[in-house]
Write a protein that binds this ligand. Sequence first.
Ligand code: NAD
Length: 177
Amino acid sequence: MDKTRGILIGRMQPIHNGHMQVIKQILEEVDEIIIGIGSAQLSHESKDPFTAGERVVMISHALFEAGIDPSRYYIIPMQDINFNAIWVSHVKMLTPPFSIVYSGNPLVKQLFSEEGFEVRQPPLYDRLHLSGTEVRKRILEDGNWQELVPNATADVINEIKGVERIKNLSIKEISEI
Ligand code: NAD
């Protein structure tokens, strides 16, 4: 029997509890999920502090901690390309075949629906607090960022000295203004 696959693409800078809830919900609807790490080429910038490889570790440790069966997901970094019109082909080249796209991003939804994919918009969970922007802001301000991300992700951020990196990047960017 063919497996039903869905894809969720996000920058995951870093993965947070909102992404985790969506991933769990998607796994109730499809056999396998493809987690696409968007803007894989970016790192060491305030909005995109972590490398694709670091994000792979944060995501895989979080999924392991959540007890999600590794045979049900693929984690695939994908670089941006300059041409929106061929981005869907670029994504398809990098991933196992899929039929359902999960996204709340208007451009992502538009591009995939124009190519005939079924697009589903997952509900946003506590968007006021559960966003990468809020996690990075709290890191910068010594707030409680740990409560917004899986414990395993917080451990990885600490191991790679992610707090220090985000603070240093912000000092560097202010001095360049
Ligand atoms: P994101 O990490 O902000 O969000 C990813 C998904 O997670 C969202 O669509 C949303 O469904 C879900 N999500 C986030 N917070 C949530 C919450 N609190 N509750 C529930 N769900 C939540 O990433 P994004 O900006 O949508 O990522 C799109 C990626 O695709 C980017 O890397 C972008 O550069 C890339 N892209 C590239 C091209 C191109 O290269 N031409 C074109 C389009 C998109």
